[in-house]
Design a protein around this ligand. Structure first.
Ligand SMILES: Nc1ncnc2c1ncn2[C@@H]1O[C@H](COP(=O)(O)OP(=O)(O)OP(=O)(O)O)[C@@H](O)[C@H]1O
Length: 380
């Protein structure tokens, strides 16, 4: 069985409302409770920086550094798990981490600078669910794509690099088209790169959906969290099931070349994995997720995250760390108890927030309760 990754020690400097913080965590469930504005979500956001990307709020680094401070922010964590022990430092501030030349954040692992934030995936996988994701099924497709890409990244660490390379190439193509460049050799080369990376992105997404579907197939109907039917829809994704990757690459490249005029007029590239959608439906009811009730949508989303946590553990041997912001609020008591039992069964370290400790009553004696108040954390 996969060994859960577990953050033992966690320190912050100049992060949001925290000037300094040092706290130790236990494996399993960790509950942050406290009044509105105490700093609970800020803690989850800090924990989300132990994963590549801009964290669970996708905020700018300038907004994250503590207001009124000249220095950047720093995060330090001691992690242990299947991959061994690691001391991770990241941020834009002091405490051994200098500001990166590009204004981004630096990552150090066991005292040495990491090549990039993707190196964090060697040690741990972090997945989150926040109230902002309550509109995932009804909101823009871009949010669903980002969600799927995070799920892919947790099982396939190359995925982040592919997405960056694709976006860079696409920006280059859009710029050349806007400039009405006659450099067709350059456009050809950029479109070739888009076709390669774009096809790899689509293939990885389709593979995630296939793996997740076969895991969900094996789960019973009528459980606390409904079974989701999931699929992808997109110019490249639609071809993955029926054609070899080399053919898809070629047809995507040809479509890009043939549609230069159309895309120039539109001011953007109209075909590609950057326009795909992630389709979710409630299997038992045969109802698209967007037409389900708010509570049903939340339950579907939680069910998906839990299935994905199982998948990540099975495939990578790393049991992911889950960040569940205000998770208890939408769930009745029965569903809350079911959620806590499933988390225990999967074995993940799970950080949860809520204004009231009572929302987590069924976890008493089984979780670490930490009271958050005025940017300080105390055993509750
Ligand atoms: N860069 C910053 N510097 C200082 N304080 C900040 C910064 N960014 C946000 N804050 C403050 O941090 C406080 C805590 O925010 P957080 O979102 O963590 O609250 P919370 O405990 O999750 O509250 P709620 O229960 O209302 O969701 C807020 O008062 C916010 O204004």
């Amino acid at each position: 069985m996969a060994e859960p990754s577990f953050i033992q020690k966690f320190q912050l400097a100049n992060f949001r409302n925290y000037a300094q913080l040092s706290v130790r965590f236990q494996p399993g469930a960790v509950v942050f409770f406290g009044a509105n504005g105490a700093g609970k979500t800020n803690l989850l956001e800090a924990l989300s920086f132990l994963s590549p990307g801009r964290g669970l709020r996708r905020a700018s680094y300038g907004d994250i550094a503590r207001a009124g401070s000249e220095d950047g922010f720093s995060i330090f964590a001691e992690v242990s798990g299947a991959a061994g022990d690691a001391a991770i430092g990241t941020g834009t501030g002091a405490a051994g981490i200098q500001e990166a030349a590009d204004g981004g954040r630096r990552v150090r692992i066991n005292g040495a600078p990491a090549k990039g934030a993707d190196d964090l995936l060697e040690w741990l996988r972090v997945i989150w669910l926040t109230p902002a994701m309550d509109t995932l099924f009804t909101g823009p497709a871009a949010d669903r794509r980002r969600f799927v890409d995070r799920l892919v990244l947790a099982i396939d660490p190359q995925h982040g690099r592919r997405a960056l390379d694709y976006e860079k190439a696409m920006r280059g193509r859009n710029r050349l088209l806007a400039e009405e460049s006659r450099d067709t050799a350059w456009l050809d080369a950029i479109e070739m790169q888009m076709a390669e990376t774009g096809t790899a992105i689509a293939v990885a997404r389709v593979e995630l959906v296939r793996l997740l579907t076969s895991l969900i197939d094996g789960m019973p109907d009528g459980a606390a969290f409904p079974r989701a039917g999931i699929a992808l829809s997109g110019f490249v994704e639609d071809q993955v099931a029926t054609r070899p990757a080399v053919d898809i690459e070629e047809s995507f490249r040809a479509a890009l070349r043939d549609n230069r005029f159309r895309d120039r007029v539109s001011g953007r590239t109209l075909d590609g994995p950057h326009r795909a959608d992630f389709l979710v439906h409630y299997r038992e009811k045969d109802m698209p997720a967007a037409l389900c009730s708010t509570g049903e949508q939340k339950a579907l989303l939680i069910g998906l995250i839990l299935s994905h946590a199982r998948l990540t553990s099975a495939i990578t041997g790393l049991v992911p760390i889950l960040l569940l912001d205000e998770i208890a609020a939408h769930l009745d008591e029965g569903r809350r108890a079911a959620l806590f039992s499933i988390l225990e069964e999967i074995g993940c370290q799970t950080f949860m927030t809520g204004t009231e400790r009572a929302l987590f009553a069924s976890l008493e004696g089984r979780a670490q309760f930490l009271h958050v108040s005025d940017a300080a954390v105390q055993a509750g």
